[in-house]
Design a protein around this ligand. Sequence first.
Ligand SMILES: C[S@@+](CC[C@H](N)C(=O)[O-])C[C@H]1O[C@@H](n2cnc3c(N)ncnc32)[C@H](O)[C@@H]1O
Length: 323
Amino acid sequence: MKWVKLTLKTVTEAVELVSDMLMDLGIEGLEIKDNVPITERERKELFIDILPELDTDNKEAFISFYLEEGDNAKEVIRSVKEGLSELSQFVDTGSGEIEISETEDTDWINNWKTYFKPFRLDDNIVIKPTWEELNDKKDGDIVIELDPGTAFGTGSHETTKLCILALKKYLTPGMEVLDVGSGSGILSIIASRLGAKKVLGTDIDPHAVETSIENRAVNKISEEKVAFLSGDIISDDNLKETVGFEKYDIVVANILADIIIPLSGKIGMHLKYGGLFISSGIINMKKEQVLTAVKANGFEVLAVEEMGDWVSIIAKHPFAEGL
Ligand SMILES: C[S@@+](CC[C@H](N)C(=O)[O-])C[C@H]1O[C@@H](n2cnc3c(N)ncnc32)[C@H](O)[C@@H]1O
């Protein structure tokens, strides 16, 4: 199969924001080339021994992604250029030149697997790619087997980690959990492993839902304990009914700020009295906007956590009625 490879030239500081913008447009499988050295901690977690020589003064960065032949490249480029022009009002996004080339390489979609190795997310949660061996398992470890495929959620992103740390802190055995934007299913699976009685994951991307079901199976968790449904809980009334009202002790949503804001006005109806809304996917420049929305929708903010440029908000619903 032929693919069109698009390579966008930007600058190191803008890589994260440009990548988020591309993902917002539904573009997945990004390849990033820059001169940012990985940290000592990342080197250990990823079991990397040999590091390339980097010219750290060079601030150029390249983000590549692929479109299937037949996808409307012109339309995509137009949307990317619009996105870059919006972002350039906040940060220097560099030249924004886009180079187009054709490739027959159909295995680009699996190339990332080379870099996804088992890693310890905290003291006892270990993420293990399904195709890798785990050599340093300790007593009490919770090992999560994962093949995210093209879905988001390997556990290495700060926003996923922030949600996992919040689940570890607030989830007690027997709770019911709703995971909005479940991606690879990682948060649902971890919630179940932490003792949740029942978990429901929802995602607007049917491919992500298929992946999460496969990951549930690899982790030997039953459908009765963890279910996944495709749909948008913000707008789909049938899904709202299926998800159930005033039912969940915790709703966790790791989606972008622009989705968390409307979601905060809808999610209270699914939470039990005193239930918790754990949200992340919030870039720090949007923290105040999300906090304002969460409070305006009746939530009491219990904690705001930060990791890198990302934020999570843990909020409690003081009453069930009125939403
Ligand atoms: C950043 S990923 C999070 C994946 C995983 N939960 C994690 O924490 O790593 C966000 C996911 O939300 C999904 N999504 C986006 N908008 C949504 C919406 N309105 N309702 C449900 N899912 C949504 C996307 O398809 C994507 O899989």
